[in-house]
Ligand binder design. Structure first.
Ligand code: 5AD
Length: 440
């Protein structure tokens, strides 16, 4: 009898990669994937815990999934919210059978089988050795692949729950990463995104992140290497040199800044000042021409004054980010920031968030408008949501919608940017004079 698993994934790219690993663990036991919860024998919700609203969404969604629970069907909550709440979830949500944290996925088949027999369970033990090294991830994307190279986090940013949900930092062995990337390349994947909580602090005891970039970039068939998310102070000269030297490493860095105020950064437990961050940006831009830069920013952190917020806005303009994910600070149980005085009233934080979003959009729109008319190499990823266009991406991580047949998916094209919404672009296949002559 074939069993069917339905999985919904929330949160970061590592969760996407973890879901692919869970499908791998279950696939070995004969499970097949379904995108219909009504047809599933096992429903999994892979969750995020970084902000309260991420958790509220999951709670709402689980109430909906309850409808599909026929006898024998198992509903599991996995990921960071599962790790954070553990048994509490079982106690509070009677329709949930299983709660499994990020280090417990290897036991999925056994726990699911027990749950089917009525044994509900929570498994939130940390396993500092766990990399799921032998698990064949089940990936659906044939163009690009996420490859986790580091799990956990040893930083202690005072706002962040992740060290509590993903445990201690550890890196996979470089050789193991290269073997996996080699297999992916043989299957036709040409773009890999290396994942880690502070990915540029990667160190396997022998090799650092610079070695990793050079080795991954040298795998035959790999045309694009991306990574996320780096920590500002971990851009050693070796790493920056590797980025500049390795042709496959893309000209884009997602570099979370969190705040433009040194005073707030200090209270956040970030290990850099505003000036340090700007200096890193300068070094990156000097080494990598036309670098795309995006970031994460939190507003309304305890003690953030109007002047501190002004410093964040001015930093956005000074750096000229291509885009930014902006968040209102969300207090997380057990984190250092809970003890900080001077909470920012919600209405004030909300107002700052709106102003920041407007600033980010304004900066991005100007930068993007200046790119219209220029030509870029794009990788075609998938059909766009709109019309019969294809979604493609430049090396600098700009999304470009191009008209063309789905047979172009997976190929690299030269496109001329013809317009921008302010955030994404439209583009046309660039046909050289010579090609035109042939076509004509
Ligand atoms: N509140 C708001 N945003 C947060 N982030 C992490 N923790 C919190 C929190 N408690 C944001 C940071 C991080 C991104 C993934 O989520 O900006 O870079």
């Amino acid at each position: 009898m074939t069993r069917r698993v339905y999985i919904e994934t929330y949160g970061c790219q590592m969760n996407v990669a973890d879901s692919e690993l869970m499908l791998g663990v279950l696939g070995r036991e004969g499970y097949v994937v379904t995108d219909d919860p009504a047809a599933a024998d096992l429903m999994l919700v892979n969750t995020c815990a970084v902000r309260d609203n991420a958790e509220q969404r999951v709670i709402g969604r689980m109430g909906e999934l309850k409808r599909y629970k026929r006898p024998g069907v198992v509903l599991g909550v996995v990921g960071c919210m599962a790790q954070r709440l553990g048994r509490r979830l079982l106690d509070e949500a009677p329709h949930v059978d299983l709660v499994i944290g990020p280090d417990g996925y290897r036991a999925l088949p056994e726990l699911v089988s027990n749950a089917r027999d009525g044994a509900r369970a929570a498994d939130t033990a940390f396993k500092s050795w766990e990399h799921y090294e032998d698990v064949p991830a089940v990936r659906t994307d044939r163009v690009g692949a996420f490859v986790t190279v580091q799990r956990g986090c040893d930083y202690r940013c005072t706002f962040c729950i992740v060290p509590m949900t993903r445990g201690r930092e550890r890196s996979r062995r470089l050789g193991d990463v290269i073997t996996e990337v080699g297999t992916l390349a043989e299957q036709g994947v040409t773009e890999v995104t290396l994942l880690g909580q502070t990915v540029n602090s990667y160190h396997d005891g022998e090799h650092d992140f610079a070695d990793l970039l050079r080795s991954v970039g040298a795998v035959s068939g790999v045309r694009r290497v991306r990574f996320t998310s780096p920590y500002p102070t971990e851009f050693t000269d070796r790493v920056v040199a590797a980025m500049a030297d390795v042709p496959a490493v893309c000209e884009h860095v997602h570099l979370p800044v969190q705040s433009g105020s040194s005073r707030v950064l200090k209270r956040m437990g970030r290990r850099y000042s505003r000036e340090d961050y700007l200096a890193v940006v300068d070094r990156l831009r000097a080494a990598v021409p036309n670098l795309g830069l995006t970031t994460d920013i939190i507003v309304g952190f305890p003690g953030e004054s109007e002047a501190d917020f002004g410093a964040t806005e001015s930093l956005v303009r000074e750096v000229g980010f291509d885009d930014a994910y902006t968040f209102k600070y969300s207090p997380r149980e057990g984190t250092g920031a809970l003890r900080l005085p001077e909470a920012v009233p919600d209405a004030v934080a909300g107002g700052r968030l709106e102003r920041l979003i407007a600033t980010v959009r304004d900066v991005a729109r100007r930068r993007n408008a200046a790119l219209v008319g220029t030509t870029h190499e794009v990788l075609v990823e998938k059909p766009a949501r709109r019309g019969d266009l294809l979604q493609s991406r430049t090396r600098t991580n700009k999304v470009v919608l191009v008209p063309g047949p789905t047979s172009w998916i997976g190929s690299y094209l030269q496109v001329r940017l013809t317009g921008t919404t302010g955030s994404t672009f439209t583009g046309m296949l660039e046909v050289s004079g010579k090609e035109l002559a042939v076509v004509g």
